[in-house]
Design a protein around this ligand. Structure first.
Ligand code: SF4
Length: 373
């Protein structure tokens, strides 16, 4: 079951800080079973799981990514992308190394396929990460770049400290995590962008080396827990961009998650092992957005392209533009709390003032505005 751990992957862990892992049990002959993600790697002594950073040392499982970051950046939250969670704020973003999926089109492959000794990682214990976020004036911390599920022990410890300090926790994930681990992995998470990579099992199996159903289960579970979720689907020409597949995806979202979960379709750019495909045409993105709206999805956005109309948030009742964006910068902000100022429709998301840190805010007749940058 799952990925074959290799000697090469084990070597990748040797220089990183080891921290005893959760979500594992011994099986036989010193081997361990990791049940953090549905890959369920069975890992022999001295070897690592598919994700590279979970390693069996002397019959115990360790997380080699603990306390090691591959670099920090203060990003606009729109870059995650999250358009309905504290728009206009920044989040301290970072990741580690490795990944539990094997996407051939990976857009972050220099991180996700790296071993920790390949990269200049820096030691950053949880309290230090939170201090750094506060020093940058960020509203929260984004666990991103590579999938935080595989370094959940580290992410949870940071998120706990961050919440106590009044910061928000944002996770960018493929949602490939077991039901056993989910409650702890997301315990302190306020918002998540979940990458729904396609809507066929065939695509998941062939191009990501994983499976679709566990991701759908995670989405349904997140929706029930109250974590704010938005979904991203990267449209790859000829592989997951047919009108039929997009209709299925949108129909499933409306039926199982509701029409108010924002959906982002983003443009593919040739990368990693998928250099033989062209970038996603603008017409495909527009088609996908039209299908989403026809299916009942209220908020559909296009990313990785310059399209101000498709990046704006409009009131689904009266059409008033509530947030206008230019790439990730906010140019116009008209929400009054969570409501449309024109027709008073409630807009789903987390928009309240008070969690908006690090930027000047002006109260103007009950309305708050994000300073334009
Ligand atoms: S988290 Fe890593 S080691 Fe654990 S099952 Fe998934 S890929 Fe394997």
């Amino acid at each position: 079951m799952g990925g074959e751990p290799t000697e090469e992957s084990a070597r990748g862990c040797e220089t990183a800080g080891l921290h005893e892992a959760r979500w594992w049990r011994p099986i036989d002959r010193g081997r361990v079973l990791c049940y953090l993600c549905p890959r369920l790697c069975e890992i022999g002594r001295g070897k690592a799981g598919f994700c590279f950073i979970r390693q069996n040392r002397e019959g115990k499982l360790y997380s080699a990514g603990y306390g090691r970051s591959t670099g920090f950046a203060a990003d606009p939250i729109e870059k995650k992308p999250l358009n309905h969670f504290l728009p206009g704020t920044s989040v301290l973003s970072f990741g580690t190394a490795g990944c539990n999926l094997g996407c051939k089109f990976c857009q972050n492959w220099n991180i996700s396929k790296a071993r920790l000794d390949d990269r200049s990682s820096e030691v950053a214990m949880p309290e230090k990460v939170v201090e750094l976020a506060e020093a940058t004036g960020a509203a929260g911390i984004a666990y991103t770049y590579n999938d935080p599920v595989i370094w959940a022990e580290y992410a949870i410890d940071i998120a706990r400290v961050a919440r106590a300090a009044g910061l928000k926790n944002v996770m960018v994930t493929a949602g490939y995590v077991t039901p056993e681990a989910r409650p702890e992995v997301f315990e302190y998470v306020d918002a998540a962008n979940v990458d729904l990579k396609a809507f066929t099992e065939g695509f998941y199996r062939e191009f990501t080396l994983s499976h679709l159903d566990p991701v759908l289960d995670t989405l349904v579970w997140l929706r029930e827990t109250g974590v704010w979720i938005e979904i991203t689907t990267l449209l790859i020409p000829g592989l997951n961009d047919s009108a039929e597949e997009i209709e299925h995806e949108c129909g499933w979202i409306v039926e199982h998650l509701g029409p108010h979960v924002p959906l982002h379709f983003t443009a593919f750019h040739p990368a990693f092992k998928m250099l033989d495909r062209p970038p996603t045409p603008a017409a495909t993105l527009k088609m996908a957005r039209e299908i989403a709206h026809r299916s009942g999805i209220r908020f559909c956005y296009l990313g990785n392209v310059h399209d101000r109309e498709a990046q704006a948030t409009a009131c689904p009742s009266c059409g008033e533009v509530l947030v206008r964006r230019d790439w990730h910068a906010i140019q116009h902000y008209a929400l009054v709390g969570n409501r449309c100022p024109r027709c008073d429709t409630e807009i789903p998301g987390v928009f309240h003032a008070g969690a908006h840190r690090g930027e000047e805010r002006r109260t103007d007749g009950g309305r708050y505005r994000v300073r334009l940058t």
